[in-house]
Ligand binder design. Sequence first.
Ligand code: GDP
Length: 495
Amino acid sequence: MNNIERQTSYAAGEDTIAAIATGRAAGGIAIIRISGDRALSIVDEIFRGPDAPLSKVPANTIHYGHILDIDEVLVSVFRAPHSYTTEDTVEINCHGGLYAADRVLSACIEAGARPAEPGEFTKRAYLSGRIDLSEAEAVADIISSDNEFSLKNSEKTLSGRLSREIDEYRQRIIYECGFIESALDDPEHFSLEGFGNRLLSECKEWIGGLSKLSASFQDGKILKDGIDTVIVGKPNVGKSSILNLLSNSDRAIVTDVPGTTRDLIEERVRVGELTLNLIDSAGIRSTDDVVEAIGVEKSLEKMKDADLVLFVCDRSRPLDENDKKIAASLSGKKFLVLLNKSDAEAVISVEDVQALFQKNAGQLPVSSSSLSENAAESDFAAKSRKDSMKIIDFSARSADGMQELQEALKALFLSNGGQKRSDGEVLLTNARHKYEIDSAVRSLTLVMKSIESGLPEDFYTVDLMDAYSALGRILGKEVGDDLVEEIFSKFCIGK
Ligand code: GDP
């Protein structure tokens, strides 16, 4: 469906909607948003103030007054089409706290507005053609953003950077389809001589660009959703202290008694540019204690699903069988070793920790670096060292090693190792967008195959049009009502 069709179908069912736009929480002010043809006349029925009636005031103005005898308010007036929804819109700023806001909303509804569905204001902006579907999705992403990347990237998407990029590919694809049609209809004026080669190089370029965009999903997802991280280590190595340092809180109880952290604690923390979804776990050790055993079981379980394991070793105590057991269970995982308590007197060295991952680690417990000297490395050890093994001297007490941890995380999880990206670059964070881009790449690959097999030009058009449609669906073109409903149902009320 194109924008004009969207507008027509939308105009048929319009009415005036109202909702509290500031969420259901206590705060200084609350905003009730009313949008639709009758927004101004509805508010006029309940607004008392020197500037009443509001239907006579200019657009983009704010007016002092009261809503009945409920509350003292400031009312902003926006007129179609220059509003968020493109409709006449009024925003009533009343005192925060749910009671006042609820009463103002009820007054609007009694005066003729309908309670808005989740996301209905943004849906109206989409249906009226002011924003496309990817931009509407970016609004939801901005609302749910909880880190700098997520906010900035969603803002870029909302400003149309992704849409423009996608639209440019679509224009170029449709141009080639049009050319083929014209040439087949009117061979005298449009020659297909050399066309295959030209289209081949175009396809190559499009596939390259789209594949790059698709690959950015990996980084985009990590930056937006965070890295599921589990902190493991035997009791008393400093896991809870590290969790507290990273989260700047005292949520985990820190004591000298081994095995204090009996249950799993989850926390979303920022480490530089990246977010870790941290799970602290009970210390892994052989134990008869049932509660501790459940914790150990859970943390081993969590380790399986985690994107990253932070393996904490204690520099001030000898390594033992527990450390060896943990090291062995890290096979195939992305992990970093935090050699904690670097501020205390060292009993073990980095080499001792490296030795944990070597074939003859069965000789543990170790208390000096002698073990590492003649140790033959297992495949796993060699691979770990090459791919992901990084031992960081760390101190939960003095915060030493934080910078190195940040760098190590970027190197491990971001394809560009965390180098600064250009301001214009948008990363994909939406699985729906990635799916459609991948589907466009597949169709364009088929076009290339057709050209290379010497098939006639009209064969290209089918796959070119498939790519064109897949990219269009990102922008909300040719998408079914059910998908639109599904996307907007995830919004909050009042947006
Ligand atoms: P967990 O059982 O692994 O969670 O260990 P805790 O975080 O409870 O810490 C155990 C003990 O080690 C506590 O007394 C902490 O104060 C101490 N500790 C933790 N990190 C450090 C550190 O970096 N340096 C020193 N000197 N002590 C630490």
